[in-house]
Design a protein around this ligand. Structure first.
Ligand code: ADP
Ligand code: MG
Length: 228
């Protein structure tokens, strides 16, 4: 029992450290990327030089994506568990992802009734959801649509995230959440692994349904709690 406590204290220190490191590392990555871009645009380099710099920019983007999948919402503070209002959380997320959806020429529709509550850490919960929703956005094709809805049923809060994107073959479906599984040229293969872990800690479940060329639906379930 004592060991268990020490372990969770260690984990807390590690996650706080990771959060501050992420914040500190993001800036120099951005600055370096900016200078490289400037050099490419200045046009003094020969083709080989330009190629190398473009590769360097790609690698910097890869590093930034890894930070995004792990630590978008990480705060260098103690992670407290509170009662989360699903509607409020999702509307904050909507604000962040709307520009991404627009960029893909897609639309997003949310139907979240008031007074749906679960237990969890707000930052972690948002990270888990954004990793799922970002995949939906990245899968969108022409006339892309994402529908997110939630309700309470038999003591559970159930959330659906459904897209009409490219979908997956059954083989891919079976590999979701495996570290480094990605079908994207610029994927990290870490997004859903992070999501699965967070949901497990929250005592929830996530299930995917998908059909190649038709779309994908994620169904999340969490124990419902009353507001107070
Ligand atoms: P990444 O997005 O970096 O590739 P993820 O862990 O987030 O890593 O996702 C793993 C893989 O699962 C993706 O590369 C993609 O092939 C597949 N995937 C996940 N969600 C969807 C979705 N909504 N539609 C189509 N494919 C998906
Ligand atoms: Mg992803």
């Amino acid at each position: 029992h004592n060991n268990q406590l020490q372990h969770s204290e260690k984990m807390e220190i590690i996650s706080e450290l990771a959060a501050s490191v992420a914040h500190e590392v993001r800036n120099p990555l951005q600055v370096t990327r900016g200078f490289l871009q400037l050099l490419i645009e200045k046009g003094n380099e020969d083709d080989k030089g330009k190629k190398y710099m473009a590769l360097a920019v790609e690698e910097l983007d890869r590093a930034a994506n890894i930070i995004t999948d792990f630590l978008t919402f990480a705060k260098p503070q103690i992670e407290d568990v509170t009662v989360l209002d699903i509607g409020a959380e999702l509307h904050q997320i909507e604000g962040m992802i709307l520009p991404m959806v627009r960029l893909q020429g897609g639309q997003i529709q949310m139907d979240i009734p008031p007074a749906l509550y679960i237990h969890g850490n707000s930052s972690k919960f948002k990270q888990a959801l954004i990793n799922v929703i970002k995949n939906s956005i990245e899968a969108l094709q022409i006339e892309g649509e994402i529908h997110i809805w939630a309700y309470e049923e038999a003591g559970q809060i159930i959330m659906h995230i459904k897209d009409n994107g490219e979908g997956m073959e059954p083989v891919a479906l079976g590999k979701l959440g495996e570290p480094y599984f990605s079908m994207k040229t610029k994927g990290t293969g870490l997004g859903l692994m992070v999501t699965f872990r967070i949901i497990e800690v929250m005592e929830g479940t996530i299930e995917f349904k998908s059909e190649k060329g038709v779309g994908t639906e994620a169904i999340l379930r969490f124990p419902a709690v009353s507001e107070s």
